[in-house]
Design a protein around this ligand. Sequence first.
Ligand SMILES: NC(=O)c1ccc[n+]([C@@H]2O[C@H](COP(=O)([O-])OP(=O)(O)OC[C@H]3O[C@@H](n4cnc5c(N)ncnc54)[C@H](O)[C@@H]3O)[C@@H](O)[C@H]2O)c1
Length: 326
Amino acid sequence: MNAPRFEIAVIKGDGIGIDVTDAALAVIDAARHRVGGFDLDCQDLLAGAGYFQETGRDMAPGAEEAAAAADAIFLGAIGLPAVRHADGTEISPHLRLREIFQLYAGVRPVKAYPNVPQRLADPRAAEINLVILRESTEGLFYSAAVHDRSPVENDDEVQDLLRITRATTEKLHDFAFRLAQKRKSRGHKGMVTCVDKANVFRSMAFFRKIFDERAGKFPDVETAYSYVDAQALELIRRPWDFDVLVMENMFGDILSDLAGGLVGGMGMAACAEIGTDHALFQPAHGSAPDIMGEDRANPLAAILSGAMMLDYLADQSGHQPLADAA
Ligand SMILES: NC(=O)c1ccc[n+]([C@@H]2O[C@H](COP(=O)([O-])OP(=O)(O)OC[C@H]3O[C@@H](n4cnc5c(N)ncnc54)[C@H](O)[C@@H]3O)[C@@H](O)[C@H]2O)c1
């Protein structure tokens, strides 16, 4: 019988995205060889700021359809600060992919690995092992430039819009609770902290209300709350006390970089973006133009994202060798 075959859409993108993707694919292939029992079919798709400079398009014709048809998408990094649209924003087709494929669950593990220099002097920093779950399709990114949804935009005033919907927030919180259950079965706390600004914004009070509603369905998971400003402080003071942190898109964007800084920097920050029918895996960092072409990029974030991709494919297919390779 032939081994099952999985299609991977690969977007290397710009800058160090290309180097770290090559490194991740080499490691994934080595793991596949060692474990056996499955095949991967990787298809390169052209997209990014470099591609835009050459062609005036941010993705190659047919690339979105190819990504849609794949079992998973792997992305290096997209964007170069010097390449911009007329409105001053950068080339960001990956934000469109989040939108088209409704990749609502941005999973960002933050783990202290042995022998990686720790930023915090407290020895408990070696125990940091948490996950930031960043909602990735709405929140303040709902009116990201690539979507062209700013309610007011002229030369005197610009407004952006923060959108929280029940449908997405229910899925997000359920994802957080299921993740905490899975982590609990592996020896973690089994706790979800709702990070918001419910003291000030109605949208955030709504986010918290739905958190409480969904928590009732997961009685084995502990719950906690924190305001995002206080959470920034607590991530520096006692990051080892947290397990799963669930939050709105922009809050997750900011806190995941902060948390990445606690465990060795962006070169260690892996990321999965998961929707109901599609999933995209990428290091949380960008194209790092300050070091591109210098052979100094840390490929671990991309490699760890590759492991998350294999884990996801294992979950989707029930095929154990993928989990072993992960
Ligand atoms: N998902 C994405 O593709 C994504 C995410 C963030 C930024 N970007 C884009 O990337 C470009 C640069 O953005 P930025 O400078 O704000 O963020 P960045 O993540 O590219 O770089 C921030 C800092 O971290 C360092 N760094 C990042 N990844 C590293 C690695 N693997 N190894 C060692 N050092 C690493 C960089 O050298 C830089 O000093 C911009 O065009 C931005 O829009 C893309």
